[in-house]
Design a protein around this ligand. Structure first.
Ligand SMILES: CC(C)(COP(=O)(O)OP(=O)(O)OC[C@H]1O[C@@H](n2cnc3c(N)ncnc32)[C@H](O)[C@@H]1OP(=O)(O)O)[C@@H](O)C(=O)NCCC(=O)NCCS
Length: 235
């Protein structure tokens, strides 16, 4: 029988739009798309979620430029990149995002000079130091890393974070990962959510007297991990 083509090839910026990957009550999850609206939303929700750390490392005045930087870093990437970024909608309104990474992603999705924000030297230094502090280790082979997760303040406490973590876990299981992990400041109440999802603290990290404090405004971070059934060494 002759093959039938039912759809026109999609434009690059439509490849991942709108397909629902997971649904739970009013919450739906889909991939980030390479559209201005999605990039700006992801940048806003991420920088807002980490605003205290960003302001500590740089300055309040740098926030708009850093948001533009983050949005630029999401532009024109290969399709796999967008499959690592999930957008949560609540009753059809964009509400949160979650980014996962696998071993080798750092090389796959390099930082690009052209995305750098036009901030001053001091802020750039702070940004660099914050990057160093967050640079806990190269993404671990065989494990999925929840690189960051954020929900708009007006939507917090409605179960969106839980569904985003469920989505990350589904993806990690599909890839055969042995575990999924994340880093969280030990003062952050988000730990409650991670514990309910089955993550346990594997280690606590701090560096000398100032260490993470001068870089992020936090003194200690914990690595929390959840064991999955997978057996792939290089998921
Ligand atoms: C953490 C976060 C992603 C959770 O999303 P959410 O949709 O609010 O989560 P849920 O409704 O599924 O679960 C509620 C849990 O989220 C966490 N949470 C809720 N509001 C929070 C806030 N302002 N700051 C930190 N964690 C929060 C708590 O653990 C809460 O459980 P608790 O009420 O028993 O303490 C979201 O609150 C957020 O963006 N917080 C600020 C950024 C942040 O701390 N990100 C995590 C860095 S590791």
């Amino acid at each position: 029988m002759e093959a039938v083509t039912t759809a026109q090839p999609l434009a690059v910026d439509q490849i991942h739009t709108n397909a629902i990957l997971l649904e739970s009550g009013p919450v739906t999850i889909r991939y980030l798309s390479d559209t201005e609206e999605d990039r700006e939303f992801a940048a806003k929700v991420t920088i807002e979620a980490f605003e205290r750390k960003v302001v500590h490392a740089t300055s309040r005045g740098s926030i708009p430029d850093i948001q533009v930087y983050y949005a630029n870093s999401l532009r024109g990437r290969q399709p796999t990149f967008y499959e690592r970024h999930f957008i949560a909608e609540y009753d059809g309104q964009k509400a949160g995002s979650c980014v996962i990474r696998y071993h080798g992603d750092r090389e796959l999705f390099p930082l690009r000079d052209e995305d750098m924000p036009p901030v001053g030297c001091t802020d750039m230094c702070g940004l660099f130091c914050m990057g160093l502090a967050a640079n806990f280790e190269i993404y671990i082979a065989g494990k999925c890393c929840v690189d960051h997760i954020g929900v708009n303040s007006e939507f917090r406490g409605k179960g969106i974070g839980k569904v985003l973590l469920d989505m990350a876990e589904i993806d990690a299981k599909r890839k055969g990962c042995k575990a999924i992990y994340l880093y969280v400041a030990t003062t952050n109440r988000a730990q409650h959510l991670y514990e309910r999802q089955g993550y346990i603290i594997k280690e606590r990290r701090t560096i000398c007297c100032c260490g993470y404090w001068c870089m992020t405004g936090e003194r200690e971070f914990a690595r929390m991990e959840k064991i999955l059934e997978g057996d792939k060494e290089n998921c």
